[in-house]
Design a protein around this ligand. Structure first.
Ligand SMILES: Cc1ncc(C[n+]2csc(CCOP(=O)(O)OP(=O)(O)O)c2C)c(N)n1
Ligand SMILES: [Mg+2]
Length: 707
């Protein structure tokens, strides 16, 4: 047979397979489709065909236009509002750099993400409603100007503050570069600009929300955790390092939105590959539900004509570097380089002009597509969801940087460029004042402002919003601490043992018992905490689906639905993220959780220092206990016991109160005082206490009069 007839034979054979699967899709539904595909794959594997799984779907939208729901808002008004927000966000950075050369700030990140945020603000992000806690949103740090710009229209931030972007110490008010809960204490909840911390914090936050519900401390209210992330950011190990936890724990309260503008700071994220396809396989492999939003609505009619799937095939051949080039090219280039690859593909767009081809939109800039993705994600059950949205970095900047490799660093626009921006987004600013890039805000009675405020009202209030109200707190009964004030007599005990005994008592205390959150990265036995397994249980949303091997032991490995211990496994970064979620729950949930994170001191500050710094910025409360600390403890066992430096690191975090107690009574005094200061008096600090394994006789507290 010739190659030609071979091809024809395959074409017929392919068609038969497609017809069969079409029949199943139409008559038996998706579940059956999965079963059949699995059956066929297993057959191939069992027959010795080496199978390389490609966990990818075609490069088109996961939600097809037939499955879309109509947009619930007024698109015209929303477009106007978004354009004004885009303008002011840009103007904030341009003005700041006019005043002071090199003051920095970012224009292009928000420019690419504006639709992703605006659909969220208008239709999804919930504020506090009575007792129902607000959604928790992690914003891309560099998109801050866009978030400020929206709050300006909402009347939450003054023009003076915008004028003083990056000059937050100005007496008339100003705005910090990035999300910072200490610099804007009733606004930002989490510091997110250190890349990679948002994704891991968001995962453990979502899990912590579920933990609070399972423990009976929080009502299920549909509260979501949203994390807005950069595609370049996904290269940080923390970004992908915990994604299997999210699916294992079936966190359907968690939504990642990855802004895939295909660029990071220096250039393309994957010039020679495809970041969207790469992330899709990683997340799908980890068990997440993936929603791709790659094509805008003006692709729909072309897709409908494309019976052979030529468009998805062509996208499959394109590397990101080329897609980036196409994003800024004129229509004739798009026709030649994209559609020209195949005469049939070219024919699909023969009735479109070059202008229309140049305007073919990316999904992440299309509110209808983004809305549908968010809607599907919010209703999805059984697993976390990641939305991969294709956008253009610096969207709308035109010659000033749209899709250019320099765009991330673009901080200034000349008059021509401002002209272009103003015209493209229809901002009513006159030619005379344009050069100053003035801010623009429609009047309070304008349709735009009324509309935007009414939508936020429906959703429960403004976000970002950080709740500063401290819930009431009752100290543990004094007996809890009493025993430690007396010496241990002849008994030799280590401070670690004293800490665990104290923890055990706190867990039984009427006032604090339910609020204590022990967190441990697989070292409970090392620290003699295994007695707590039985006492309070290891938290597992699924309970215990097996009979533990040590069931007959008194201290068996008890996993339970309402367990108190967060046994994180070997991940200090994950444990610290849990610590942050628990230690900020006084604000995010109005519940005074008191986390105790117990770890090998060697693997604390020097390993996860950035997360500890983030905890400090997030105004966390709680106790970090560095175990087996000190150069004398178990020194023979090697380097993991040779910490003499963690207190040096601790000193660099101004809000950490660090102690290295030698005696049990000191420990009790520090913990009692810490609780009082943090939870009763509302002090913004947290504690680092080193504990040791050396056993010796604990003395009485000197001049003991009770505490
Ligand atoms: C841990 C860390 N390393 C480096 C940076 C500096 N930095 C800021 S933005 C940026 C590029 C961001 O690219 P991407 O995540 O794709 O976001 P985009 O702006 O494209 O949306 C870099 C490297 C940082 N903020 N955090
Ligand atoms: Mg990017």
């Amino acid at each position: 047979m010739t190659e030609d007839s071979d091809d024809r034979l395959y074409e017929d054979e392919n068609q038969e397979w497609i017809d069969s699967i079409d029949y199943i899709i139409q008559n038996e539904g998706p579940k059956r489709v999965h079963e059949i595909i699995e059956l066929i794959r297993n057959r191939a594997v069992n027959s010795g065909v080496p199978f390389k799984m490609r966990l990818n779907t075609p490069y088109i939208n996961t939600i097809s236009s037939e499955n879309e729901v109509p947009y619930p808002g007024n698109r015209d008004l929303e477009r106007k509002i978004k354009s004004i927000i885009r303008w002011n966000a840009m103007a904030m950075v341009v003005q700041a750099n006019k005043k002071k050369e090199g003051i920095g700030g970012h224009i292009s990140t928000y420019a690419s993400a504006a639709t992703l945020y605006e659909v969220g603000f208008n239709h999804f992000f919930r504020g506090w409603e009575g007792d129902k806690p607000a959604d928790i949103v992690y914003y891309q740090g560099h998109a801050a100007p866009g978030i400020y710009s929206r709050s300006f229209l909402e009347g939450r931030l003054s023009e003076e503050m915008l004028k003083n972007f990056r000059r937050e110490l100005n007496p008339k008010g100003g705005l910090p570069s990035y999300p910072h809960p200490r610099l804007m204490e009733n606004y930002w909840q989490f510091p997110t600009v250190s890349m990679g911390l948002s994704p891991i914090m968001a995962i453990y936050q979502a899990r912590f929300n579920q933990y609070l519900q399972d423990k009976g401390l929080l009502q299920e209210s549909g509260q979501k955790v949203w994390a807005f992330l950069g595609d370049g950011e996904m290269d940080e190990p923390e970004s992908l390092g915990a994604i299997t936890l999210a699916s294992r724990e079936e966190l359907d309260n968690l939504i990642f939105v990855v802004n895939c503008n295909l660029q990071r700071l220096d250039g393309p994220v994957r010039g020679n590959g495809s970041i969207i396809q790469e992330l899709e396989s990683a997340f799908m492999g980890a068990g997440w539900h993936v929603i791709k939003v790659v094509l805008g609505s003006n692709w729909d009619p072309i897709l409908q004509k494309d019976k052979k799937g030529l468009i998805q095939k062509r996208f499959g051949e394109m590397v990101d570097g080329q897609l980036q080039k196409i994003s800024i090219s004129k229509g004739d280039y798009v026709r030649r380089e994209f559609f020209g690859a195949n005469p049939e593909l070219l024919a699909l767009v023969e009735d479109l002009s070059d202008e229309e081809l140049a305007k073919l939109q990316r999904g992440g800039h299309d509110s209808v597509k983004v809305y549908n993705a968010y809607k599907a994600a919010s209703g999805h059950k059984g697993s976390p969801v990641v939305i991969l949205a294709l956008t253009i970095k610096g969207y709308g900047l035109g010659e000033a940087g749209e899709g250019q490799n320099i765009t991330h660093q673009q901080k200034k626009l000349n008059e021509d460029e401002l002209h272009h921006f103003r015209d493209r987004f229809n901002i009513p600013i006159s030619d005379e004042t344009l050069a100053e890039a003035p801010f623009y805000k429609p009047g309070e009675e304008s349709e735009e402002i009324k509309y935007l405020k009414s939508l936020r009202k429906t959703l429960g209030g403004f976000v970002p919003y950080r709740n500063q109200e401290m819930p009431d707190f009752k100290m543990p009964a004094s007996e809890v601490f009493e025993e430690f004030l007396h010496g241990s007599g002849n008994r030799e005990i280590a401070t670690t043992m004293a800490a665990v005994q104290l923890l055990s008592k706190l867990l039984k205390d009427e006032n604090t018992g339910k609020l204590i959150v022990p967190i441990v990265p697989d070292e409970s036995r090392t620290f003699g905490m295994d007695a707590l397994f039985r006492q309070v249980g290891i938290y597992s949303h699924k309970g215990q689906l097996y009979e533990p091997v040590d069931k007959d032991n008194l201290l068996f490995y008890k996993e339970t639905h309402n367990g108190a211990i967060l046994e994180e496994g070997i991940t200090e970064a994950g444990s610290m993220s849990s610590f942050i979620a628990a230690g900020t729950s006084y604000s995010t949930h109005r519940i005074n959780c008191i986390p105790f994170f117990i770890f090998y001191s060697m693997f604390g500050f020097q390993r996860i220092g950035d997360l500890i710094w983030a905890a400090a910025d997030a105004r966390v409360k709680g106790f970090m206990l560095g175990g087996t600390s000190g150069r004398t403890t178990l020194a023979g066992e090697g380097l993991q016991h040779q910490d003499g430096q963690s207190h040096h690191y601790a000193m660099t975090v101004p809000v950490i109160q660090a102690y290295d107690p030698a005696f049990a009574y000191e420990l009790a005094v520090i913990i009692r005082e810490g609780m009082k200061r943090m939870y009763l008096e509302g002090k913004d600090e947290f504690y680092y206490i080193t504990v040791m394994n050396e056993k010796y006789v604990m003395p009485d507290m000197p001049m003991q009069k009770g505490i």
